[in-house]
Design a protein. Structure first.
Length: 257
């Protein structure tokens, strides 16, 4: 049996400026999901387009899309990016139900620390159960609305880093998340998550919530942060090492330029 590895990196940045306190309780989710994709030559500056994807099944008797699907009319976002916002809003609006429907079923797919027959995890089913318990204790949070500025900041990082085999929050131009977000607006508090290898919105959000191998549970904290009210998503359907990359930027009291 071939064992695939799950690699998670976590970073915590706390910056204080004369204007605001920038609280980036951020993390990176790296999920190597299988064979590396065949590389294609890209011209300098080429943007990596997000793929057209079919929305995952959403039971509208449980989830009110007219309320939760806040990014559906955001013409600056690809469908998978809009769906990431939707999935986070589903988790924030009814954490216990989201855990029951989309996280609990994973507990049946473990054999020790092997998930799904071939995926090597760090913590095994224990972290999934811990995430479920966490979600069961959470109250409903305000929904995330899409931000054009944060989406552009997220796309900037995803589109450029995905052409390399690098991971992390430092951009190819040396920028940090704060610099990228401030290029398009101002905020009171902000955070960033990055997922590598997950190709659907639900998989991106669920794996970030579970946060296997990340002691701080920084991904989970960002998604469930009550101080964040807007978010931007940039998905690149290519990464030289992990196949694809998704950058999620969050902020509280963000003002677009």
């Amino acid at each position: 049996m071939r064992k695939l590895s799950v690699l998670f990196l976590s970073f915590l940045f706390l910056f204080t400026s004369c204007e605001t306190l920038d609280n980036l309780g951020d993390s990176i989710s790296n999920l190597f999901s299988g064979d590396k994709e065949t590389e294609k030559k890209e011209e300098p500056g080429t943007k990596i387009a997000a793929p057209k994807t079919k929305r995952e099944t959403v039971d509208t008797s449980i989830w009110d899309l007219s309320v939760l699907d806040t990014a559906r009319d955001a013409d600056y976002m690809a469908d998978i990016e809009k769906d990431v916002i939707l999935e986070m809003n589903m988790a924030r609006s009814n954490p216990a139900k989201y855990a029951e429907l989309y996280i609990q079923p994973r507990t049946k797919k473990f054999n020790g620390k092997i998930y799904g027959g071939n995926l090597q995890t760090n913590e095994g089913v224990a972290v999934v159960n811990e995430c479920i318990k966490f979600m069961q204790t959470q109250k409903s949070l305000t929904l995330l609305n899409p931000s054009k500025g944060l989406t552009q900041a997220a796309k900037d990082h995803a589109n450029t880093q995905s052409l390399t085999d690098k991971t992390g929050h430092t951009g190819t131009d040396g920028s940090d998340p704060f610099k990228r977000m401030k290029k398009y607006g101002s905020y009171k508090t902000a955070g960033e998550n990055i997922s590598y290898g997950s190709k659907t919105a639900r998989e991106i959000v669920v794996t970030l919530l579970i946060d296997d191998g990340v002691k701080s549970r920084g991904h989970r904290k960002n998604i469930m942060n009550k101080d964040f009210d807007v978010a931007g998503v940039g998905f690149a359907n290519k990464h030289k090492l992990y196949g694809c990359e998704c950058v999620l930027d969050y902020a509280g009291q963000y003002v677009e330029k």
